[in-house]
Design a protein around this ligand. Sequence first.
Ligand code: PMP
Length: 393
Amino acid sequence: MNLVERSDKVLSRVLSHFTTLEIDHGAGAYLYGLDGKAYLDFASGIAVTATGHCHPEVVHAVLEQTKKIIHNCAGVTYISANIELAEKLQKIVPIKDARFFLTQSGSEAVEGALKAAKYVSGKSGVITLQGEFHGRTMGALSVTAKKAYRDGYGELMPHSFIAEAELDAVARLNDGNIAAVIIELVKGEGGYAARDKDFVQKLREYCAQNKIYFIVDEVQSGFGRTGKMFACEWYGLEPDIMALAKGIASGFPLGAVVLKKEISDAWKTSAHGGTYTGNPVACAAGSATVDILQREMPRMVAKIKTVEEACDKLLAQYPQIFLKRQGLGYMIGLVCVSGAVCAELRQRALASGLLLISSGAAGEVVRLAYPITATITELEKGFAIIAQAAGEM
Ligand code: PMP
């Protein structure tokens, strides 16, 4: 029996799969299949392994931490690993003098962000925008727009709304009981499409004027994905609260709720918690990841140029396959003419040694989630495979 067959006998089919690729291990920008082939990885999990697979510094940090201690319940005893990570994060996040609550996933970071906003404001409502994805747990799902993900679960979190991306639409929903607006600056599951800068600035101002917390979900766009450490930097934006995860720890399950100090101070002790918050091994991976990504940032200008030029070449050469490119900096979505065409392109690319994933309403967007640390040569190689696959179609 192969892994697909074995999986089917024990694991729930509720999880959908992009491919049937069976892998053995990974190193850098490559995955190594049980078929003995190497696959260039432009998926990075789903935009998770920012430093590539098994970066030696991450592996070293994790092994050293594992030898010392694996679990520390932060609510029972203190340890340096989670504090060290938060100290590093405090220097790089777009919220000044921020405080952190560490989680195990992006959904939990969103849950924490929503809970903090509700608790501290004393209001209940939450507004998000069409096309946004914030996670699968009940609170996060309540601010996830996609009908297919919400259907079948009955009533979700009361007083949660999905607005069109217009200031008027948001303002119409403001009944005086809105705790927060939560947005993605670059929609991840929504096709790597960036929000309009002017709209974001106006929305941010509206929230500040109306005492509505402005939550930015950078679970997917954070940690170098856009070519800057956070997408907020492109927008010149300081949110009240942020949700982080994915790239934060190169694949270890870790996330963070980032809070303005005054919000954190008003979120009273015991109002939130968690057994595994700030797991030391995950935090060691996180600290190493932040160091690696900070070193990588000066190289991103050249890499953004490489990927933009490669995309534009594909657009010019294969207009029957690609409609346009969208996104922000390094975080680019290549929009195909249809979901079916995108699926065929991905399948052909995989056969030629390149793993691609899609997003967008109909799976029509190739979301280019190469590692942040991919070299220009690796990027060029990946785009050459995309061009070859497009040429075959
Ligand atoms: N927010 C955003 C923007 C995401 O892209 C995701 C994951 N795709 C989540 C939240 C949820 O993260 P997780 O799957 O780790 O719960």
